[in-house]
Design a protein around this ligand. Structure first.
Ligand code: HEM
Length: 548
């Protein structure tokens, strides 16, 4: 009895956390939905690093960016695994790269994403897909101004399905829209942390009947059918000699020639992930951006000033304008900070015992990056609920440049200007160096003071996760959101409808959060803007036709 009562108890060496109940630990306090927000609540109560007990298992929650960097980024070799996630593994029959453990097979699969979706490939090969789809999205908004919601989803699934599978999602009846969303909405609900009994920690719970279990069987069946059908569509077109410029075509040609490194099922699931991980995330963020721009019209005005100076009236913005349109980049960053669609990321598993600041993290702990809690911290982002892209005005590069830097302070804070290098006469070298050093120190001190007094220091966001598991679709996502946001602001004015006020807190509570359905007025800025959109549509449709 004594030993049984120790189950669920918090080892005093662990970080603090909510009081536990014998045997179950904190399992009953974990909400069925909305764990990201709950992590924030607990961080305020127990501090930025705390622990939860679920039966005999341990969860470590990190709402502290120094800890995230020192553990997830710097100790990636032991913090990059995934814990065993029973339901996603059951649904995918053990083959899902996102939820798989860090095996050589996971590495091979991840390489399919990183090699194909790197900046070079995106900017030299795949950019036309995003360009054409974003022009089509805007034209769809012209014709159906009330359907921003559906068309944002259509845009994101079509980009992912063209790149991944060589087929576009042409309309709402297309397989890669209709069948995909019917499946993915159920999939995301089925894998939400808290939505199932903790079978990972108490495997005997699997033998209990329940609606959660019936749902797991149903969703597994739909998942198989969805990705097997997609594969069949690809095989049929390839048999007709229609081999396309897509990742699946490239991999099929390679594997058919050199041999298969994975099972057919695993292959189908991998390509399914391009949509599961890539479409809904991007669409959700675009919906957040539209909501924020409408609710904060001063942001629209500021962006347009920049856009008009650079692009005039003759053309929509292009990604090659990136350097000259820094405010658009700030809008994307602020959206990922303000309402990150993945508000609690995907958990990591600790592969061996570790200590941090006098706290013990046992091997096999499930480690969470509490993204929402970090992003809503008023100390780092004063007035955190205000959508203020200027928070990022000194982060002029894309997210990956900040996310993979070696030093968390240099990575996250304002970069300091490097001193000019002067040719020095040799006899005075030492004195001059000392003088320069003193000058530099004074300069840095002054800059620091100015930053502290005038500009609040803002840190980069964690919208794409951290460490070796960081989102491999980051380059594609950044470019997708940039293109749509720049074009949208160039072409339209977004207004709140007087009888349909927007609520910036009306969000779904699921694995990936998105705004609840809303309606906004999408009005072309002028006839000239409208004419340019229509003119660019002709080329976009001609290009997309090859993916019908
Ligand atoms: C705005 C859009 C996106 C957001 C906010 C986002 C966010 C994230 C986050 C938070 C993670 C978990 C990282 C971690 O475990 O620390 C993740 C993983 C992942 N993302 Fe994304 N993502 C986006 C778009 C995409 C796209 C476009 C793709 C691919 C087409 C993609 C593919 C993946 C995959 C495969 C993983 C799992 C990686 C692994 O476990 O090794 N994502 N993403």
């Amino acid at each position: 009895v004594w030993r049984l009562l120790q189950v669920g108890r918090r080892d005093p060496r662990l970080p603090p956390g909510p009081p536990t109940t014998p045997i179950v630990g904190n399992a009953l306090q974990i909400p069925l939905t909305g764990l990201g927000k709950k992590f924030h609540e607990w961080a305020r109560e127990y501090g930025p690093i705390y622990s939860l007990k679920v039966f005999s298992g341990t969860m470590i929650v990190l709402a502290d960016r120094r800890a995230v960097h020192e553990l997830l980024d710097k100790k990636g070799s032991i913090y990059s695994d995934r814990p065993y996630l029973a339901i996603p593994m059951f649904l995918s029959r053990g083959h899902h790269m996102t939820f798989e453990q860090t095996t050589p097979q996971w590495r091979d699969k991840r390489a399919v994403f990183t090699r194909n979706l790197n900046p070079k490939n995106l900017d030299e090969k795949h950019f036309k897909v995003q360009e054409a789809e974003s022009i089509l999205f805007l034209n769809n908004l012209l014709d159906h101004p009330n359907q921003a919601f559906d068309y944002a989803r259509l845009y994101a699934s079509s980009v992912a399905s063209i790149l991944g599978w060589g087929f576009r999602a042409k309309d709402f009846n297309s397989f890669f829209y209709k069948d995909f969303y019917e499946f993915v909405d159920q999939f995301l609900n089925a894998i939400e942390p808290g939505a199932n009994p903790p079978v990972e920690q108490a495997p005997w719970l699997w033998y209990l009947p329940g609606a959660w279990k019936r749902r797991a069987y149903r969703v597994r069946d739909i998942m198989d059918k969805t990705w097997y059908k997609a594969r069949q569509m690809v095989e049929e077109r390839r048999e007709r000699g229609d081999i396309r410029n897509s990742i699946i075509d490239q991999k099929l040609s390679e594997y058919e020639k050199d041999g298969w490194p994975m099972s057919q099922h695993s292959f189908n699931m991998l390509f399914g992930e391009i949509l599961e991980a890539g479409a809904d995330t991007t669409a959700n963020m675009l919906l957040t951006i539209i909501l924020a721009l409408t609710k904060f019209p001063e942001v629209q005005a500021k962006a347009r000033k920049e856009l008009d100076e650079v692009c005039g009236l003759e053309r929509t913005p292009l990604f090659s304008d990136f350097e000259r349109l820094p405010y658009i980049n700030c809008i994307i960053k602020e959206a990922l900070r303000w309402r990150p669609t993945s508000d609690l990321g995907i958990p990591h598993r600790l592969a061996k015992d570790d200590w941090y600041n006098g706290m013990f993290f046992p091997k096999d702990s499930t480690v969470w990056l509490a993204t929402w809690a970090i992003h809503q911290d008023d100390n780092e982002y004063p007035d955190h609920d205000r959508f203020d892209p200027d928070r990022f005005k000194n982060h002029t590069k894309l997210a990956n440049d900040y996310a993979v830097g070696p030093d968390w302070q240099g990575r996250d804070k304002f970069p300091h200007p490097s001193p000019p290098i002067l040719p020095l006469p040799s006899p005075y070298l030492v004195q001059l160096l000392v003088l320069l050093l003193v000058l530099l120190l004074v300069l840095l001190l002054v800059q620091l003071l100015v930053q502290l007094l005038v500009l609040p220091i803002h840190l980069h966001h964690y919208g794409y996760g951290a460490g070796r598991r960081m989102c491999p679709g980051i380059h594609l996502a950044e470019r997708s959101m940039w293109r749509v946001t720049a074009k949208l602001l160039w072409a339209f004015e977004l207004e709140e409808l007087p009888d349909k006020p927007l609520d910036v807190n009306a969000y779904t509570s699921s694995n990936l959060v998105r705004p609840l359905e809303y309606e906004v007025k999408v009005k072309p800025r002028s006839q000239q803007h409208e004419a340019v959109l229509k003119k660019e549509l002709t080329g976009a449709l001609a290009f997309l036709g090859q993916y019908d």
